[in-house]
Design a protein around this ligand. Sequence first.
Ligand SMILES: N[C@@H](CCC(=O)N[C@@H](CS)C(=O)NCC(=O)O)C(=O)O
Length: 223
Amino acid sequence: MTYHVHSDKPIFDLVIGDKAYSSWSMRAWLVAVQSGLPFREINIKLDSPKTAEQILKHSPSKKVPALKHGKTIVWDSLAIAEYLHELSPEAKLWPDDSALRALARSYAAEVHSGFASLRTELSMDIQLKTKARHLSRGAIADIERILEMWKTALKQSEGPYLFGDFTIADAFFAPIVFRFLSYGVQIKDKMVLEYMNNVQEHHGVQFWVEEALQEKNHSPVFK
Ligand SMILES: N[C@@H](CCC(=O)N[C@@H](CS)C(=O)NCC(=O)O)C(=O)O
């Protein structure tokens, strides 16, 4: 277990897994960075015999991410995102407009509960670069649905992110951008390609990727 301190006065701890392939950790971590609040990162190596025991010291779920704020423990990426939204309202982690906020929440919730085929067949591994592989109909349908969602939102917002500024919805889609890049998913739409570039250029995403690329000895098994 290692610690990564993002400020000398962190107000909460965020327990996360390997940066190369813990997509749920990446989502919560990006929301934490976007909240603007100082935090301490607790890094746990996944896929080791001690993983569950180590996570259990922080969260009853035995899964990462988990957030610890005083006596409060929050687990599961979406619950963490909502908690950070309440803790840092000025960060505007959701859009101001209530109709847009509902839409952005629907986007994040759909990622959180859906796209099972994509998760199984294109598991996140930021270090991986491979050729497009044969995909099931389910995975193709997931990809088509994601592209349709991105286009609809971007047409309305005109970018740079799905709902204008970077929101929780973008944090939830960020690992999917890296899945598309790793597995060479062919994308032709200019607006979508621009969006994928904007996500990659986000300061938090860049920091995460730099560290993910330095990690060693991992096996891509987490979705
Ligand atoms: N629904 C959870 C999923 C969390 C999850 O599956 N985390 C994986 C890593 S990405 C994990 O902790 N795996 C550890 C294990 O299975 O031992 C969330 O949104 O946070």
